[in-house]
Design a binder for this molecule. Structure first.
Ligand code: ATP
Length: 842
């Protein structure tokens, strides 16, 4: 250990040379006060706070990959490698799998809800209390299953998951988010929580499920040995001997390719949930993904089409209707007349305010909710919310529900199952007249949200009263309460469907009120329910085009496009004045450890340059570096990227050098893990002329190719969370660093005989040091900027290329600073804080 400790940090410039952040006294607010100092921030120091690391969307160009790419190109058959075919096959497979999972969730949920409804109807005549207890204990058991799965087995499965999918696609690596156990928990948990009576939907979970399926399917190609077994090799010279991936014909394990598939999976998830393939693609473009291209659009469209097609096929097979998804409403009776538009503006504005109110109250409640470390409290919270929801469902219809005659099939929409109408405590069917009765409020509460929305959209004027004003008012208030309470508990479940139900119910209520106020206005509450749904989505999520398309696809035509657009535009505008951001953006702001780069940089960055954002005293390595130094640096910092320098005569005295590449922590960890050491003359470490790198000159060794491939797939394979650990000190414990250090001390006294072509052998000088040769693996083409580069430009470079590290160099190509994604995100945050402080002062 002592060997390397002396060379721990490689300062590039003397302290006096380091440029300091220039803080303009005139613009104190613009230039963030904590940017530009030379102390490493988050990630540089060792503490126990969870740190989400960034993804590398910028590919690594190194000697090994360049050579192997060239040899792959040479192996083309008629100019075709088969990669495109493999990619499309995986895309179709993702679509089909997402469609199947959507079908499983949909039918299980329908089965459980219908069972609960039938149980209530059968037993209610024997005693209300007994039925209530039976119903609530079943609901609570379902919630217990869902929350225990989340809290004890797969914490990443909590909630809807859309926010974290957005964070991932923006460049933040979320540990365990796409693991098989998370996927399984999400599927089972969603079925349980949605069927329990909690007001949650499957649309958000379907987005996460689609993304997780896509991520898992990209791993199918090739197998990899367990690195733990490799570690057991005690021979420090058996570099890569155990590392034998069986096959990796197609390499989709890099972050960039996975991002494409995950974007397509995300779109397919939403498409399957709503039965809206184009809406799914647009949603992915507008909300979920941060990087988009024509290729991604095609991939998403094909994926969505297959997902929806599978769902339609199964529905046709089982129910003889090919309407897929939970948002497929056809044959709506109300007719849109342009004259109604002013009324729609009123509905949209009021519903938009309600949507923004949901976001505000969620923010308040979030502060009061128990933290996920208090697992029992979180479970208790979920059960209490479920109990409150069930109590509201049972008690309110008793007191406020109206007994109405079940509509005649001829007069009713005809699209709804007769079983939809729920008798509850209403009188039995009159044997003389044959008229059966239903409790309107109980019907709304006990049915699937999709069924209730279908009926609410059918409300077409005074001639037919399926739900009274009082019931609609009480239903909308109570579902709003149930929605706010359930939004944020520790079970899987999304907020799309709840928002839609609240909007539909509230819209129908406003429609009925307007109808009562303007009896001759021919107002159709069904259309107000539709506008209310669109407006609630606009108010809560602030999306626009994708919502319009989802609604249009759901309602089966463009007849209602104008009211829907009015609803979304007005609600977005009104909601913005009540709460500054949509649900996902607000969640991203609250999430600790997630650094989200918005599409456009804040204006405040205009007055700043790269030197205001960068960290100084960058820790670098030389091309050939002693193992002791690497171990020491990895132990004492959490940085994930290190510039690689080449000795030059000029910098020899200060230990600096020219910037020639960038090496990642995960690459260094794998080199250590695989004992890819070489023994070199200790003088080489400080020699201006490093020995020539021979193995790459003629033929690239297989071991190196495997090692390079392993570095790329490292964190995606056997230990998907490994990367998360990689910047933690514990990761080094796995490597058995003590053994490495023993090897180092024994090497110092051991003479060695060089073996030709062995990557460990560089020279045969008698005094040896164990070292790593970073040259074959380092990224030889990392992007750099000069310190004068505008901060906005730096932001755009990060945002458009999906960068993780950006080195700042001087005119001699020497590293003077480093900027990471987190530095940019911190600057963005500071800018927004200063902006809100300013507007507050005004
Ligand atoms: P990430 O965790 O996002 O994958 P990282 O761990 O390499 O990347 P950060 O955690 O963003 O980097 O780094 C925290 C701070 O340390 C930042 O301010 C960054 O500028 C600084 N930093 C990063 N790498 C180095 C380095 N090699 N030497 C000195 N400072 C660094």
């Amino acid at each position: 250990m002592e060997n390397g400790s002396a060379e721990l940090e490689v300062p590039l410039l003397n302290e006096s040379d380091s440029p300091r952040a220039e803080t303009d006294p005139e613009s104190q607010l613009e230039v963030p006060s904590d940017l530009g100092d030379d102390t490493p921030r988050n990630g540089g120091v060792l503490n126990d706070e969870p740190v989400f690391e960034s993804l590398d969307y910028d590919p690594i160009f190194n000697i090994v990959s360049e050579k192997s790419t060239k040899s792959k190109q040479a192996r083309r058959v008629y100019g075709y490698t088969g990669v495109t075919l493999a990619k499309w096959s995986i895309t179709i497979l993702i679509g089909v799998s997402v469609g199947l999972v959507a079908c499983i969730i949909e039918s299980s949920q329908e089965y459980l809800v219908t069972r609960k409804k039938n149980f209530t109807q059968r037993n209610i005549s024997h005693g209300l209390v007994g039925t209530f207890l039976g119903f609530s204990s079943f609901s609570i058991s379902l919630v217990l299953v869902a929350s225990c799965l989340v809290l004890f087995w797969a914490p990443a499965a909590a909630g809807g998951g859309v926010t974290l999918v957005m964070a991932y696609l923006n460049g933040t690596d979320i540990p365990d988010f796409f693991r098989l156990r998370t996927l399984v928990s999400k599927i089972i948990g969603s079925i349980c929580s949605i069927s329990s009576g909690l007001l949650l939907g499957q649309e958000g979970p379907m987005v996460h499920i689609g993304a997780a399926i896509a991520s898992l399917l990209t791993w199918m190609h090739g197998t990899f040995p367990n690195p733990k077994k490799v570690q057991s090799s005690s021979d420090s010279r058996s570099c890569c001997n155990n590392l034998r991936p069986k096959a990796f014909p197609f390499d989709f394990h890099n972050d960039k390719d996975r991002r494409e598939f995950i974007t397509a999976g995300t779109a397919a998830g939403l498409a399957a949930a709503f039965g809206a393939p184009i809406g799914g693609v647009l949603y992915s473009l507008e909300e979920a993904s941060s990087f988009w291209s024509r290729k991604v659009m095609w991939r998403s469209l094909i994926c969505c089409t297959f997902a929806t097609m599978v769902l339609a096929l199964i529905n046709w097979w089982e129910f003889s209707t090919s309407l897929p998804g939970s948002m497929s409403f056809r044959g709506l009776q109300p007719v849109f007349i342009v004259r109604d538009l002013p009324f729609f503006v009123i509905t949209s504005a009021l519903t938009g305010i309600l949507g923004a109110f949901v976001n505000t109250t969620h923010g308040w409640l979030d502060k009061l909710r128990p933290r996920s470390t208090h697992k029992l409290l979180r479970i208790l919270e979920a059960c209490v919310v479920a109990f409150i929801s069930v109590t509201l469902m049972f008690v309110l219809p008793l007191h406020f529900g109206q007994c109405l005659p079940v509509p005649d099939e001829k007069t009713s929409s005809g699209t709804m199952d007769k079983d939809y109408w729920f008798k509850y405590t209403c009188p039995d069917e009159n044997p003389n007249t044959g008229v059966a009765y239903y409790n309107d409020l109980a019907t709304l509460f006990f049915s699937l949200p999709r069924q209730s929305m279908q009926e609410l959209y059918q409300l077409s004027g005074q001639t037919k009263v399926d739900f009274t004003i009082q019931s609609l008012g009480i239903h909308s208030i109570s579902v709003l309460i149930m929605f706010i309470l359930a939004y944020g508990i520790a079970t899987p479940g999304g907020i799309f469907m709840p928002a839609m139900l609240v909007g539909a119910s509230f819209g129908a209520f406003i429609g009925r009120v307007l109808e009562a106020m303007f009896p001759s206005g021919n107002i159709q509450p069904g259309l107000h329910a539709l506008v209310g749904t669109a407006s609630m989505l606009g108010g809560v999520f602030r999306a626009s085009i994708s919502l319009v398309v989802i609604m249009v696809e759901g309602t089966g035509g463009i007849d209602f496009i104008l009211p829907i657009i009015v609803g979304i535009v007005v609600s977005n505008w009104v909601a913005h004045h009540v709460h500054h951001a949509g649900a996902y953006e607000s969640d991203l702001e609250r999430l600790g450890g997630v650094y989200f780069l918005q599409t456009e940089p804040p204006h405040q960055l205009l007055a700043m340059s790269a030197s205001d954002l960068m960290s100084y005293n960058v820790i670098c390595f030389h091309e050939i570096v002693s193992v002791a130094e690497v171990v020491e640096v990895l132990r004492s910092t959490r940085h994930n990227g290190f510039p690689v320098l080449r000795h030059s005569q000029l910098d020899n005295s200060s230990g600096g050098g020219k910037f020639v590449g960038l090496i990642l922590r995960q690459q260094l960890l794998l080199l250590l893990e695989q004992r890819a050491f070489m023994e070199v003359d200790s003088t080489i470490l400080s020699n201006p002329r490093a020995p020539k790198f021979s193995p790459c000159d003629k033929q690239l060794s297989k071991e190196m190719q495997f090692l390079d491939h392993a570095m790329r797939v490292y964190h995606h394979y056997h230990y998907p969370h490994r990367r998360y650990l990689s910047s933690r000190p514990e990761a080094l414990n796995d490597l058995d660093v003590d053994e490495i250090m023993q090897a180092i001390s024994s090497t110092n006294t051991k003479p060695d005989t060089p073996v030709e072509g062995d990557i460990r052998t560089v020279s045969d000088t008698p005094k040896k040091v164990l070292a790593l040769d970073l040259r074959p693996f380092m990224n030889r083409a990392p992007i750099t900027v000069r310190r004068e580069c505008s901060a906005q430009r730096v932001y755009h470079i990060f945002r458009t290329l999906g960068l993780r590290h950006l080195c700042v160099t001087d005119s001699h190509n020497r590293v003077i600073g480093i900027i990471t994604r987190k530095d940019i995100a911190m600057a963005q945050k500071q800018a927004y804080v200063s902006k809100s402080r300013k507007s507050f002062q005004h």
